[in-house]
Design a protein around this ligand. Structure first.
Ligand SMILES: NC(=O)c1ccc[n+]([C@@H]2O[C@H](COP(=O)([O-])OP(=O)(O)OC[C@H]3O[C@@H](n4cnc5c(N)ncnc54)[C@H](OP(=O)(O)O)[C@@H]3O)[C@@H](O)[C@H]2O)c1
Length: 301
């Protein structure tokens, strides 16, 4: 199959392009500035910005399937502010869906996120929810993935905890986490477990019209994840609880500083879990106990 991976130069994108290439597909990675050196030799690149329809339309010509992985990270305030999520996640999806429809692409695989909700509490969650509606309302054979946080080579989730420490307690032996890091739970999934599922959805008709909530094999608090990351680096960490209200006021105040990378959305996202009670990995013949845990990946088991 000819497969266009929008956002193919990113974290999931590089892994997916390699997987699709291994499976014998003709793959093109689309992003604003893809570097062929970061992709397998057989993968073509195309340059375009999903917020500008005319810059991407041509790359949809002749494709059998499109995977939309274009993203702005919700962990930090994107360049241009949190409102950029609407332009890129909702508006970008609208343009990709339109281009796919106008170029008779059969399959459209959309990467959404756990908790995506058109009326949700953050710009990212709302834009992701609205993007889901656009994909479901399209005439395409769509498949929707809603994963929890993804870890693996090239990902930012593991380094996120260290970056938080540098921001809030540089050089201090203490690590103040909002709510002691016990209020927010994640279900991290290894990129090597998720990517084959996405590749299956590209070629297998059984997944058309399905929405999959996808998580890893265990639920972990932010505190536990932070402790594991420090243990893996052979460093000690003393986590102290920062009352959630105080953390909210602190972040709101700091977010006024030019260039400070966190704000109200990032605080609000620490107030809800990123987990699923109905893990759909079974739809890909995967059992949670067969999946790679974060501890195993970090080598702290
Ligand atoms: N990673 C996770 O933990 C996680 C968890 C849940 C859901 N997801 C979802 O999974 C998908 C992939 O995430 P990821 O972690 O691989 O993201 P990523 O590493 O940030 O990659 C994003 C990709 O999108 C491209 N991009 C950004 N803005 C663009 C624009 N305006 N036009 C064209 N391309 C643009 C980037 O390349 P350029 O910047 O060079 O253009 C890059 O190739 C996203 O939908 C994300 O929301 C990820």
């Amino acid at each position: 199959m000819d497969v266009l991976v929008a956002g193919g130069s990113g974290f999931l994108g590089q892994h997916l392009c390699a997987e699709l290439d291994d499976r014998g597909h003709d793959v093109t990675a689309l992003s604003r500035d893809p570097d062929p050196a970061e992709l397998p030799a057989g993968v073509e690149t195309a340059m375009g910005d999903v917020t500008a329809y005319d810059s991407i339309a041509e790359s949809f010509e002749g494709q059998d399937a499109v995977v939309n992985l274009v993203a702005l990270s919700p962990l930090f305030v994107p360049k241009g502010g949190n409102e950029m999520h609407d332009r890129v996640h909702r508006g970008g999806t609208e343009n990709c869906v339109r281009a796919a429809e106008e170029h008779d692409v059969d399959r459209f695989v959309q990467l959404s996120a756990l908790g995506a909700d058109p009326d949700g509490p953050t710009n990212y969650i709302r834009a992701k929810g609205q993007a889901e509606e656009i994909v479901r309302d399209s005439s395409l054979d769509w498949v929707m993935f809603r994963p929890s946080v993804v870890f693996g080579e090239g990902g930012e989730f593991v380094s996120f905890t260290k970056r938080l420490k540098k921001l809030f307690a540089p050089g201090l032996p203490l690590y103040p986490l909002p709510g002691g890091g016990t209020k927010t739970r994640f279900q991290p999934i290894w990129v090597g477990d998720l990517v084959p599922m996405i590749a299956d959805a590209v070629g297998d008709d059984d997944h058309v019209g399905q929405t999959y909530d996808i998580g890893g094999p265990e639920v972990l608090t932010l505190r536990k994840i932070t402790e594991m990351v420090y243990e893996a680096a052979d460093k000690s960490v003393t986590i102290v609880g920062l009352p959630m209200g105080l953390a909210g006021i602190g972040l709101k105040t700091l977010s006024i500083l030019p260039g400070f990378p966190m704000g109200g959305d990032q605080y609000r996202s620490l107030n809800f879990d990123n987990t699923t009670d109905d893990n759909d990995v079974g739809a890909f013949d995967v059992a949670p106990e067969e999946m790679t845990t974060l501890a195993a990946y970090l080598g702290v088991e």
